[in-house]
Design a protein around this ligand. Structure first.
Ligand SMILES: Cc1cc2nc3c(=O)[nH]c(=O)nc-3n(C[C@H](O)[C@H](O)[C@H](O)COP(=O)(O)OP(=O)(O)OC[C@H]3O[C@@H](n4cnc5c(N)ncnc54)[C@H](O)[C@@H]3O)c2cc1C
Ligand code: SF4
Length: 359
């Protein structure tokens, strides 16, 4: 049995106090929400904080408030509660699909939306027990405070990336389901530190670095996810590729939001890809503006959307298949939002339909 290393546990009642505790302690401290991402990492020896600051007693993080300007979800709202929140409108379908299709029912009942946005990147050479990783000599990804030998710690000495040997960067994959969906919906987050709070777009929360994917300062706590109200002209969706529909992380995903004129022309569009880079990839959508979503526009957009994606050999399925399947998923998602019936959307749509949230 894999066990967590020993640590001191504190459970403050405000986010500001949690931020202060983590900042005062330094890199040996970690925040804990539902624990479904962090605790497996502790058991695998990928982190060994001597202080864990739990967020479960911060009542404000579990609140959700709906208003005319949209929905404010506390970072501690679970994925399950997010997926079935009564204030989500049909235009928020992308978020309901993403949160409702992450992981398993048990994990969705524990895992939080904030923890999902802050979850670590993944790699088949890294998400392994410590003896497995020791046998290959570890790799470049080993966050500060981790249990790995000092010689393998990131940045300290040369290590090997087994995915791209010879390179000096880590290509571990951003695997949050919620992040691309929230980016497509135009969501923002509030984060607080001991000194105050700031608000930023979800699209500005991550960087393309598998070792350090979060653009939060040490001790900053994500408190609120702001999901804007979207009128009925908005149509959104989320398609996720994975081997097992009931369980797996995305190996490619697309979140799409378009605002259509009555004539069918695209007035606004936002899209993001998940599972194909170390951060959610924001997709350039200008080519869609003013166009009807005919087959030519759909095909051209899907081709261009996946061009910057860099699926590598560090997760399930062959990279070439993932790129091809993701192109089909982007096209299918566009056909879904233009109103094609489900039976016309093909086999990938049936896989996507499996992630529909249950009441
Ligand atoms: C079997 C299994 C399958 C999974 N499948 C999926 C999947 O398909 N899709 C998917 O997206 N995820 C998946 N996950 C990952 C995980 O369950 C989710 O990402 C979950 O939402 C994480 O939330 P949490 O509250 O449990 O985070 P935690 O584990 O508590 O924290 C995750 C990270 O975020 C930080 N953190 C947490 N809350 C905050 C905050 N408020 N402010 C700042 N930092 C914070 C923590 O310090 C930690 O580094 C899976 C996990 C398991 C165990
Ligand atoms: S991408 Fe390379 S450095 Fe990053 S976790 Fe995988 S093997 Fe390690």
């Amino acid at each position: 049995m894999m066990r967590c290393p020993p640590f001191r546990y504190l459970a403050p009642e405000t986010a500001a106090e949690a931020a202060r505790l983590v900042a005062a302690h330094g890199p040996g401290a970690a925040l804990l929400a539902g624990g479904t991402d962090l605790l497996p990492r502790l058991k695998r020896g990928q982190a060994a904080p001597d202080l864990v600051v739990g967020l479960t007693r911060v009542a404000a993080l579990r609140r959700a408030r709906a208003g005319a300007d949209g929905l404010e979800l506390g970072a501690g709202v679970t994925l399950a509660a997010t997926a079935r929140h009564a204030a989500l409108t049909p235009a928020h379908r992308a978020l309901a699909l993403a949160a409702g299709g992450a992981a398993t029912p048990h994990v969705r009942n524990m895992g939080t939306l904030g923890g999902n946005l802050c979850a670590d990147t993944r790699c088949g050479y890294y998400d392994q027990p410590r003896p497995w990783r020791e046998a290959i000599g570890f790799c470049l990804k080993a966050p500060a405070g981790c249990a790995e030998p000092a010689a393998a710690r990131a940045g300290e000495v040369a290590g090997t990336c087994w995915v791209a040997p010879g390179g000096r960067r880590c290509w571990a994959v951003a695997s949050s389901d919620a992040a691309p969906a929230l980016i497509a919906l135009g969501a923002e987050v509030t984060v607080c530190s001991g000194e105050g709070s700031r608000r930023l777009a979800v699209a500005a929360l991550h960087r393309d670095d598998g070792r350090a994917p979060l653009l939060l300062a040490p001790g900053e706590v994500l408190t609120t996810i702001h999901v804007p109200a979207l009128g009925p002209a908005w149509r959104t969706t989320y398609w996720k590729l994975r081997r097992r529909g009931s369980f797996d992380f995305p190996v490619g995903a697309v979140a799409l939001a378009v605002r259509l004129a009555a004539s069918g022309e695209v007035l606004e569009a936002r899209a993001a890809l998940g599972g194909v880079a170390s951060r959610p990839l924001v997709v350039e959508t200008d080519a869609l503006l003013g166009r009807r979503l005919d087959d030519e526009a759909v095909g051209a957009f899907a081709e261009a959307a996946v061009a910057p994606a860099r699926p590598l050999d560090n997760t399930d399925y062959q990279p070439a298949w993932r790129r091809r399947a993701l192109r089909e998923a982007v096209a299918g998602a566009l056909r879904e939002v233009r109103g094609d019936p489900p039976e016309a959307l093909g086999v990938l749509a049936r896989a996507a339909a499996r992630v529909l949230p249950r009441a």
